[in-house]
Design a protein around this ligand. Sequence first.
Ligand code: SF4
Length: 704
Amino acid sequence: VGDSKDFDSEAKSVCPFCGVGCQVSVKVKDGKVKSVEGINGPSNEGRLCVKGRFGFDYIHHPHRLTKPLIRRDDAPEKGLNVDLDNIGLHFREASWDEALDFSARGMVDLRSFYGGESIAGFGSAKCTNEEAYLFQKLIRQGFKHNNVDHCTRLCHASSVAALQENVGSGAVTASFNEIENADVAIVIGANPTENHPVAATFFKQFAKRGGKLIVIDPRRQTGLKRHATHMLQFRPGTDVALLNAIMNVIVEEKLYDRQYIEGFTEGFFEFREHIRAFTPERMSDLCGISPEMIRDVAREFATAQRGMIFWGMGISQHIHGTDNSRCLISLALLCGHVGRPGTGLHPLRGQNNVQGASDAGLIPHVMPDYQSVTDGSVRDLFRHIWLGTEIQEKPGLTVVEIMDRVYRGSIRGMYVLGENPAMSDPDVEHARKALAHLDHLVVQDIFLTETAMFADVILPASALPEKTGTVTNTNRTVQMVQQVLPPPGEAREDWKIVVDLARRIGLDWDYDHPREVFDEMKMSMRSLHHITWTRLKNEGAVTYPCKGPEDPGQSVVFGDGFPRRAGRAQFTPARVTPPAEMPDDKFPMILTTGRQLEHWHTGSMTRRATVLDAVEPEANCSMHPSTLRQLGVAPGEHVRLTTRRGTLEIMARADRAVAPDMVFLPFAYVEAAANILTNPALDPWGKIPEFKYSAVRVEKVEGE
Ligand code: SF4
């Protein structure tokens, strides 16, 4: 990093990638970020992973959008046919006034002609809390409905549904740092060494000091496996069978915490009867784990003084994702592993501000702080705060449902802020056709994303180091980000663009600073009680809930009961449901998707970060060496992957962590977009697609 002569200015910010929320110091020289180093934030204690340390220069990439763009009248048909060499064929530069007027006029015309529900909005988990709040307010107030969502629908919507149902709150019950107080920890359906690397360092330290680390995943998890006391590589899609079998042992051997169950839960007796059928012997063949291992894990977890459960999208991205999460909640409740130091439930949140965007109401069935739109008193509260605005009682549509309505033509306009459904939706060819159908698409982003290629107007926005506001990490910690440098060219901070657009569609908005938005959020969000802009500015981070103006916040919650009726959490039995499609003669293998250490989500940022792209430049999939041998494919050669949705060709790698009947496919590469293949079948409660399981055929690409 060098001494202070090496840079002109320095500011504190938060890493823009994952939900760990590492605090960073960003050093600027000659108007450009020169380096980033970790500082002593509550979640990272000075540590950073490769993305946080070396992934910053995407903000200076020549592809940054620096002027508003409007689709030309004589542009070619909409599609993924735009590149930087022919951008002028499709779009012309416009002034901000013209672009904002054009954006607003298209929305207002649709509203007048077809009604407000002809327009929907996708906000972003990469924006600040204030921007997420303003975005959902614009849709709800400007168009009088709740059809506004964001990428939480694609990552942890099912976890949130189960947590809200059974413990009364969608956020984690304990920070991941609490693992230092635990005796045993289960990490299931998550690959933290790649996806939450700084959190993984705490997990490894826990194991090194003798903590029992139980890793459960269909992939063998080379990163954490070396530190694990138990590694259960179970059959994909059999989560409920395995977890119910573990709980069967705890029930049959009476290892459960009777006192805790009597004091803090409801539904135990029905649950106990339900679980009796799931003996380890009966479930063993289905999930591929021996009865002895199931018993061992059950005893380790139940007899420990303090246990935690961490999970990722391997749990949530199934049509039974909510049932998977219900099982994990029941497991923790059975053992009394909630509400004390070293205990808790922790879905590892993905994007840097997916927790905050969800808290801020960027969800179709709830207002800020998860207050249901169906509750009259909630609607009254917002009618009061939003000066007479009537909130629609009907819950809105989710991401995949909205794209389906777009495809069928009942939604004709969209405002997309920082999301990339042309890459992130399941069965993405369907989503791309839908986007091409839109009469009016406004995209606000920092790059010409695949979604922006379908836009009628593109509004150049700001990256995280270019804005001021607050973000909330996976630990419920609200952190302040300070503007490190201004957005490039004519690009603007996102909150300013949303405000300008709101005014043009007729809303009487008057905000001059994100602080004013934060203060308005506090009027309806009890979670922000005792958290002020000044505190955040001075302290950098405060965790909610917060007991007083001096309290740094509660790392562990629900020690004295749950925010549910009678203060009790609930056991909800879960049945075994097979994946929506199973392998057969035509599609004999299982496709699962995920992330890689160096790349982030749809790759729009990390593939433009020099170091990260140099380390991992090419689209790839991974298979077991024996599978490659059977196919006659050498590592580095290409295979063709085909599902019922589509086909793509991609370089194959050998990886012993992947089971012989599986293919692992990262989803960051547009040239081999994983979601061409994935299944849009939805979990009925969380409405999350089954990204983690599709039936696939794999063939060698001949001629290599
Ligand atoms: Fe950024 Fe997550 Fe890495 Fe921390 S662990 S540096 S937040 S990507």
